[in-house]
Design a binder for this molecule. Sequence first.
Ligand SMILES: Cc1cc2nc3c(=O)[nH]c(=O)nc-3n(C[C@H](O)[C@H](O)[C@H](O)COP(=O)(O)O)c2cc1C
Length: 210
Amino acid sequence: MIIINASPRKDCNTGILLKEAMKGAESKGATVEYVNLYDLSFTGCHSCLACKRKGAAKNKCFWQDDLSPLIDRILKSESVIIGTPIYFGTPTAQFHALLERLLFCVLSYEIDGDGSYYNKQLNVGIIYTMNAPKSYYDKTMRHSLAFTENIIKMLLKGNVVTYGACNTLQVDDYSKYRMSIFNEESKKSHHDPQFPMDMQEAFKMGCELA
Ligand SMILES: Cc1cc2nc3c(=O)[nH]c(=O)nc-3n(C[C@H](O)[C@H](O)[C@H](O)COP(=O)(O)O)c2cc1C
């Protein structure tokens, strides 16, 4: 299994939950590679179309940077868990860049076939973390996030399971920041019982995908 942190903050909300997912997967005997995506130097798809050239290997991104070897390893593995904060209503830029590259190199533009060269099933877990309350995540965000989740399902042919950790703590001490729309006391009174439950859910996701 590969676990990918698509948050620039390695050990904050997303990273903590992903480490729980890793513990869950390891408790089931899985070998886990943990990657901090923001440590890698890469961009989104350059549309070089090398992956669509006649005679070129399929399911391979040919762009030479830090991401292509990770894409090779993802496509060889059985499952992947990606964690991302929500930035302006969507996953982070690096999350999107990874998906552009990963999904485009398995996408088939050929008339025969089912639109994907990938002939295994990759099960994908996605952990979202966000300021938004759960009610907003459930009513609005899940619907918009499902668009990308469905493309992942279609092209990588496995299950996609998701978990949203809502109303996270963005900083430890709100009094030090110009963030007066947030009430630290109410944030913390939500966080203190909720975040341990989010950690349990992440652990369970790791177990299920192992
Ligand atoms: C650039 C930026 C944009 C954000 N946009 C949103 C947003 O649209 N909705 C939301 O609920 N939270 C938003 N947040 C808050 C983060 O999603 C939230 O704090 C998240 O848990 C951070 O994850 P981390 O602790 O792993 O960095 C934003 C944070 C940043 C830095």
